[in-house]
Ligand binder design. Structure first.
Ligand SMILES: Nc1nc2c(c(=O)[nH]1)N[C@H]1C(S)=C(S)[C@@H](COP(=O)(O)OP(=O)(O)OC[C@H]3O[C@@H](n4cnc5c(N)ncnc54)[C@H](O)[C@@H]3O)O[C@H]1N2
Ligand code: MOO
Ligand SMILES: [Mg+2]
Length: 425
């Protein structure tokens, strides 16, 4: 066991991971299963929108020229020839002096150049004929949504690499994309290691704790847009762990383990990487928490050895595993977005290494503030419950005061950013 590991800067660790940027695979999914997936094709308008000129109101379609002289004193009078509901078409073109009763969304009949809303029209019946009178003039094109006025055929509306949101799903449906090409979600395996771990449905026993990290990581993987595969928990026994890890590699795109990466007698991951012949990219980072986060590469696959301490595990995932997963997903903006924000509370602990404080955002009188979410210790789990940012406190600083401007990494923002920038400058 090498007790003297050389810590590398966070940026360097991120770079070493991203050098292994994976290639993407495509698949087709049904439109109803596409929410949150990343588009692998540009989406073009396959027809104009709207595909035909239509009425935006319930009213009467008529020729605007017929209303040119209409006034209170001498209203224009029309014969109502028929009623056209949405989904139907007029039986014949309109002639001068005729109006068609038309409903919102129905196609404008030939010969009509405007629509008068019901509210400005009067109707009356005479000898089985319905008449409509109007006391004001209309302009050509008034109250008509013209064919193609929203979008012309051939226009690229959504680009490859965009994440499908409800609006994109509506656009896809508009153009009849029953299936859509997206980037495959990588299958990310998760093992929790530790003889002390109980399943979540087991009662507490002396010296044991429930396995919380696995469930946290499964949700983090989901939040990153990948497919989590829970592979179970492993006792700290070398042969068991080695076999399990080796076998898992053939079933997943990349593998996360939690626990066993430090220098303890039962921290087995370093020896497992060695026996696998994996290339350890780093095993010590100048950061808190998560300094022992270890990443190894084996034949194009990455093995993320996250810490067992819950907060360290959480931070290690967001800094290193999240951007790597974005690579699989075809996302150009692989890193979490960052903002400058005011620190909402004093943070008096000195920061020998760059510190990633789990916190949350508040908007206060137009200002964006970030607050530490609770006890700032690597071994703490409860403060994670209210965390949606990592507050970045520079290494080599003696503490921060409320009101200081700090950087915060946004964990729940979907936008992302192309460059990894920990500090403003
Ligand atoms: N002599 C040294 N000791 C330690 C060092 C060091 O540099 N020298 N580093 C400390 C730091 S920093 C951290 S962080 C931890 C990292 O430990 P490991 O990643 O090896 O993790 P374990 O030892 O397996 O477990 C640590 C802690 O976390 C709990 N744990 C583990 N798995 C889970 C789980 N799935 N759910 C909930 N909690 C879990 C475990 O019970 C331990 O309490 O090492 C320090 N030691
Ligand atoms: O990796 Mo430990 O969390 O640095 O405290
Ligand atoms: Mg340990």
């Amino acid at each position: 066991m090498n007790l003297h590991r050389q810590p590398i800067p966070v940026e360097e660790a991120v770079q070493r991971v991203m050098k292994h940027r994976p290639s993407q695979k495509l698949e087709e999914v049904r439109l109803e299963d596409s929410y949150g997936r990343m588009l692998a094709e540009d989406i073009k308008a396959t027809h104009p929108v709207p595909p035909f000129s239509k009425s935006p109101y319930d009213g009467f379609a008529l020729s605007a020229a017929d209303t040119a002289q209409a006034s209170k004193e001498s209203p224009a009078r029309f014969v109502v020839t028929e009623t056209v509901a949405a989904g139907h078409r007029a039986s014949r073109p309109l002639e001068s002096g005729e109006a068609v009763r038309i409903m919102t969304g129905a196609e404008i009949p030939k010969g009509a150049t405007a629509v008068a809303m019901f509210e400005i029209c009067q109707t009356d019946e005479q000898a089985n004929t319905t008449y409509m009178t109007i006391k004001r003039s209309l302009e050509d094109g008034q109250n008509i949504i013209g064919q193609g006025t929203e979008t012309e055929e051939g226009e690229v509306l959504v680009h490859k690499g965009e994440t499908i949101n409800p609006g994109i799903q509506a656009v896809l449906a508009t153009f009849g994309y029953a299936n859509v090409r997206v980037y495959q979600r990588p299958r990310v395996g998760v093992f929790a290691t530790g003889t002390e771990l109980l399943d979540i449905n087991q009662p507490l026993e002396p010296g044991k704790i429930r396995n919380s990290n696995a469930y946290m990581i499964l949700a983090q993987i989901e939040r990153s847009g990948a497919e989590p595969i829970y592979l179970g928990k492993l006792a700290d026994d070398f042969d068991t762990c080695f076999e399990a890890v080796q076998q898992a590699l053939s079933k997943v795109d990349c593998l996360i383990t939690t626990g066993g990466v430090s220098v303890g007698d039962y921290d087995l991951m370093p020896d497992i990487y060695e026996k696998l012949g994996a290339d350890v990219l780093f095993n010590k980072i100048a950061m808190r928490p998560g300094s022992v986060t270890t990443v190894a590469a084996l034949g194009g696959q990455l093995l993320f050895g996250l810490s067992g301490n819950p907060s360290a595990c959480y931070v290690g995932y967001e800094l290193y595993t999240h951007p790597f997963i974005q690579g699989y997903l075809g996302n150009q903006r692989v890193y979490h977005n960052v903002i400058d924000a005011q620190l909402g509370a004093d943070f008096s602990k000195p920061n020998p290494f760059t510190r990633f404080v789990r916190g949350f955002v508040r908007y206060e009188q137009g200002k964006v503030c970030v607050y530490p979410a609770g006890i700032d210790k690597s071994a703490v789990v409860t403060s994670l419950a209210h965390s949606n940012v990592l507050i970045v406190l520079r290494g080599g600083t003696r503490g921060y005061q409320r009101g200081d401007v700090v950087r915060a990494i946004l964990l729940e923002d979907r936008e992302g950013t192309e460059t990894f920038q920990l500090y403003s400058s």
